[in-house]
Design a binder for this molecule. Sequence first.
Ligand code: ADP
Length: 226
Amino acid sequence: MIKLQAISKYYGPVAAIKDINLHIQKGEFAFLVGPSGAGKSTIMRLLYREELPTTGNVYVGRIDVSRIRKSEIPHLRRRMGIVFQDFKLLSKQSCFDNVAYVIRALGMSPSEVEKRVLMALKVVGLLDKRKSTPEELSGGEQQRVGIARAIVNGPPLLIADEPTGNLDPETSSDIMTLLDQINQRGITVLVSTHDKIIVNQMRKRVIYLDGGKIVSDMYDGTYDFE
Ligand code: ADP
């Protein structure tokens, strides 16, 4: 589902990523962990083509992300749901509209939009809040809306960059449980985080990054470094 081949990314003279190879299979749940500045966000941004690698190839499914034209980026992003630390919701719009926005833009019929949005809000446990705006919700609920938006189009891959960075420990744990449930529906999930407690609770694949390099990669792993 994800393949990074000999990826390096330089910002001027600074190497954010140094010659990384990584393969994540369809259906996996993997954590990308490591200290601040390790290169986690850079990898995420390479996957959704917010950045281009300096060298190497990035594949998402069969898409060669580093080679596609700009006009093909929307097609790539329809193949993946993206969850952000700061949620990136439209604060004045209802939860329903926040989730519907993506698929309305695809020209789907109103009845199909409604069906899919209600299903996505049901998965994240927020059907009863569909008319509320993000401003009326807790941080954890806002992140659930972000997750509903990410899955509404039925993507095969979900990537989440520090999804619990703004949440308290208990809420963070609930959000990870939700991501795990989404993975059990067959969606490949990649989560970047520096939250050791959560990673150690979940016992998933743990890819540890430091200084732009993969230092360890363990299945049923823990996060004990630093
Ligand atoms: P993490 O997500 O693990 O905290 P990042 O991927 O954000 O790490 O950053 C990795 C390295 O690349 C850091 O040294 C950071 O300062 C540098 N970096 C990231 N983005 C940029 C940028 N847009 N311009 C210059 N340097 C950057």
